[in-house]
Write a protein that binds this ligand. Structure first.
Ligand code: ADP
Length: 247
């Protein structure tokens, strides 16, 4: 039986009279590397914002690990295992990579803001952060200040911060945006190597990266799902070709 980590059911979002999300029923399988593609203005960002709870839908549902979360606040969805990458300005330029990720781990554990936290708990958080850095191949940069890192590495740290929440589903909104091509391939290889217990939903406009990374692709056009399938199916789908010919 297929298990879905994240679903939407007949999701609709209207801005005034404009339908930005049009009856979208998306199914993201547990463990998938699922990419959401579509031309500019197709409604990808709006859909991600509905998934995270940044936006309230006009109607329909968002379902996380089989449970509706449609009316839960963003932080409640994070607690239930839905994380997204932070924007670049969430990084504290003066902290080291290890300090930044340790802070995020502490935030999850809930001891970050407390003055009297036990020393042992802090050491455990550092260990966990170091393990995360190893997973993301960042361990050799642990003691560098985040400001001194290449942009591609900074984007990886944002992913580390999201993973520090121990999510079951990770939403990546153009993780390679602004990253030079020379770094973006490596960035994607690292993301692709993440453990499969984290389901990934990716928005990415670079089709080379999408087809290399994804095992499932959903195509959004004018707010509605046009089609979905494996990269091989999507590559030969005439409807998809038609949409992208005009780009
Ligand atoms: P994409 O991420 O695929 O480029 P968006 O989700 O950003 O698409 O936008 C989809 C459509 O919804 C666009 O036509 C955009 O102008 C419109 N839109 C997005 N957010 C708003 C908003 N807050 N108010 C009005 N229209 C919006």
């Amino acid at each position: 039986m297929t298990t879905y980590a994240l679903q939407t059911r007949n999701l609709v979002k209207k801005f005034g009279g404009f339908v930005a999300t049009n009856d979208v029923s998306l199914n993201v399988e547990a463990g998938a590397r699922h990419a959401l593609i579509g031309p500019n203005g197709a409604g990808k960002t709006t859909l991600i914002n509905l998934l995270t709870g940044f936006l309230e839908p006009t109607s329909g549902d968002v379902i996380l690990n089989g449970e509706p979360v449609t009316h839960l606040a963003q932080h409640q969805r994070v607690k239930r295992g839905l994380a997204r990458t932070f924007q670049i300005n969430r990084l504290f330029a003066d902290l080291t990579v290890l300090e930044s990720v340790t802070m995020a781990v502490n935030e999850r554990i809930g001891i970050g803001a407390r003055f009297w936290r036990p020393i042992g708990a802090y050491a455990e958080a550092v260990d966990e952060a170091a393990q995360l850095l190893a997973t993301l191949r960042l361990l050799d940069l642990a003691h560098e200040k985040t400001r001194n890192l290449a942009y591609g590495k900074q984007r990886l740290i944002e992913i580390a911060l999201a993973l520090a929440m121990k999510p079951r589903v990770l939403l990546l909104d153009e993780p390679a945006a602004g990253v030079p091509t020379s770094e973006s391939r490596e960035l994607f290889e690292t993301i692709a190597a993440l453990p499969r217990d984290v389901t990934i939903l990716l928005i990415e406009h670079d089709m080379d990266l999408v087809f290399r990374f994804a095992d499932q692709i959903s195509v959004l056009v004018s707010g509605a799902l046009l089609t979905g399938g494996t990269p091989d199916e999507i590559a030969v789908n005439p409807k998809v070709k038609e949409v992208y010919l005009g780009e």
